[in-house]
Design a binder for this molecule. Structure first.
Ligand SMILES: *Cc1c(COP(=O)(O)O)cnc(C)c1O
Length: 413
C-alpha cells in the first residue's frame, strides 16, 4: 500500500543538511557489529584518532555524542554548568540564542552581548565584557550559518585562558570546511557537526574537550558518589538538573578502554562518521579548506556579476555560506520554490530579523563542487528573470568560469 522510497536527486546548496558523500552512504550499508565487538571498538578508537586530527588537538577526549549537533552542545554545557554559574554568550545570530537557551535551562546566570546581524565581535569588546562579568564560561559560535559570518576566536581563547574561564565553541558549521584550531585557539570544548562540511547525514555530534573540562567532570562525579567533602558546592549540586544521556563523564567511561555500558552506540552512524573523516583526512585539511574557498569565490563572483548584492560584512564572511540580499519586489520564497521544482536545487532562507530579506547558499563538503556552483548560478539567473528581477543576464556563469579557469592555469604553473 505504501510505495518504495523514491526520493528526487536534489542539488542541495543549503547550510545543511548537504548532499552526503556517496562513500559515506555506502559505508552505512555495512553489516551491524555488536558494540563491544573488538572489531567495533577498533572502529571507535580510529574515529577518536581521526576526530583529534579534524579538531587539530592533542586532547585525549574526542568522540561523537549520538544525536544532532545540538546534542553535542547540550552535552558540553549541561556537564559543566552548575546553577548560578556565570556564562557569557556574545550573540551575532540565531545559534548564539541557542547557546543562551541551553545554558539558561541548566540554571546558568547568562549574560549576553549583542551586535548587529551581519557582523561579528571585535575580540577586544568581548574581552572587556569578560573583565566586567567575570564568567566561568564563555560560549560562542564560530561560524554563524544564520548570518553567514565567522568570528575570529584566537584572542578570545587566549583571554579566557588568562582569566581561567572555560571557552566553549560551536564549530558545527565550520568544522571540515574552514580552519578550526582547538589547541592553538585555546578552546576548552568544541562541538562539530556532521551534516554540514563533513557531508555525513545528521545524527551525530563530534565533540572534543581538554583536561580543564575533564577535571570539572571528574570532580562532579566524585561529589555525586558522595566521596567529596560536603561543602557549598554540594548544596548547589543537589539543585542541579543532571542529564543521564548527556553525562560526559559516563560517556568518557564508554569511550575509554573501560567501555562501561551507557547507551547503545549508533553503529551505522559511526560507520558513516568514520568514512566521512577518512575522506576529509585523505583530501587533507588545508587542501579541503582551499577547495571550499575556491568554490566560494566562484559563487560570489557569479552572484556579483549577476548584479545581486551580498549580505553581511565581507571581512568576516563565513567561507561556506554566502548570503544574498533578496532584490526589492522579489518574492524570495517563490524563487526558492521554482529552483526546487524546475531545477531540483535547494537553497535556504533565513530566520528572525533576516526572514524574507536574504537567501543563503551553502558550499559545504560534497555539495561544494564546480558542477553545483555552476548549476545554482545558471538556475538562479533563469528564475530571477522569470520573476521580473533586473539581472545582468549571461554574466554570472562567465564570472564563475573565469575564477575556475584562472585557478586551473595557476595550478598548472
Ligand atoms: C546547524 C547548526 C546547529 C544545529 O545543528 P543540529 O544538527 O540541527 O542540531 C548549531 N549551530 C550551528 C552554528 C549550526 O550551523
Amino acid at each position: 500500500m505504501y510505495k518504495d522510497l523514491d526520493t528526487s536527486l536534489r542539488t542541495i546548496m543549503t547550510p545543511g543538511p548537504v548532499e552526503a558523500e556517496p562513500r559515506v552512504l555506502r559505508a552505512m550499508s555495512t553489516p551491524i557489529l555488536g558494540q563491544f565487538d573488538p572489531e567495533f571498538t577498533d572502529i571507535m578508537n580510529e574515529t577518536m584518532e581521526m576526530l583529534r586530527q579534524l579538531f587539530q588537538t592533542d586532547n585525549q577526549w574526542a568522540f561523537p555524542v549520538d544525536g544532532t549537533s545540538r546534542a553535542g552542545i547540550e552535552a558540553v554545557l549541561c556537564s559543566i554548568i552548575e546553577p548560578g554559574d556565570r556564562v557569557l554568550v556574545p550573540i551575532y545570530g540565531r545559534f548564539g540564542h541557542l547557546l543562551t537557551e541551553i545554558a539558561e535551562r541548566y540554571g546558568a546566570d547568562v549574560v549576553t552581548m549583542d551586535t548587529t546581524w551581519g557582523k561579528v565581535f571585535d575580540p577586544q569588546a568581548v574581552i572587556q565584557e569578560m573583565d566586567k562579568v567575570k564568567p566561568k564560561i564563555v560560549a560562542m559560535v564560530h561560524g554563524e550559518t544564520s548570518t553567514g559570518c565567522m568570528q575570529p576566536l584566537k584572542e578570545i581563547g587566549e583571554a579566557c585562558r588568562q582569566r581561567d574561564a572555560l571557552f566553549v565553541v560551536d564549530a558545527v558549521a565550520s568544522i571540515g570546511g574552514a580552519e578550526v584550531k582547538v589547541d592553538e585557539w585555546k578552546i576548552d570544548a568544541c562541538i562539530g557537526g556532521t551534516q554540514k562540511c563533513l557531508s555525513v547525514p545528521s545524527g551525530m555530534a563530534p565533540i572534543t574537550f581538554n583536561s580543564r573540562v575533564e577535571s570539572i567532570l571528574l570532580q562532579r562525579k566524585k561529589i555525586e558518589r558522595g566521596l567529596a567533602d560536603p561543602n557549598a558546592q554540594q548544596s548547589r549540586f543537589t539543585r542541579m538538573i543532571r542529564s543521564n544521556y548527556f553525562d560526559l563523564s559516563q560517556l568518557m567511561d564508554y569511550w575509554s578502554p573501560a567501555r562501561l555500558n551507557h547507551h547503545t552506540e549508533a553503529t551505522t552512524m559511526l560507520y558513516a562518521l568514520r568514512e566521512g573523516l577518512r575522506i576529509v583526512l585523505d583530501e587533507g585539511l588545508e587542501a579541503r579548506f582551499a577547495r571550499h574557498q575556491l568554490h566560494e569565490q566562484a559563487l560570489v563572483e557569479g552572484i556579483k556579476a549577476m548584479g545581486l548584492e551580498l549580505y553581511g560584512n565581507p571581512a568576516c564572511k563565513l567561507p561556506v555560506v554566502t548570503c544574498i540580499s533578496i532584490p526589492e519586489g522579489v518574492d524570495g520564497e517563490s524563487v526558492r520554490s521554482m529552483l526546487l521544482e524546475d531545477f531540483h536545487i535547494e537553497i535556504a532562507s533565513s530566520f528572525g530579523p533576516l526572514k524574507g530579506k536574504i537567501w543563503r547558499i551553502g558550499t559545504m563538503g560534497y555539495s561544494c563542487r564546480k558542477k553545483n556552483v555552476l548549476h545554482v548560478l545558471g538556475a538562479l539567473e533563469a528564475v530571477l528573470i522569470r520573476h521580473g528581477a533586473p539581472v545582468n543576464a549571461g554574466k554570472a556563469l562567465q564570472a564563475a568560469l573565469d575564477v575556475y579557469h584562472e585557478a586551473k592555469s595557476k595550478a598548472a604553473l
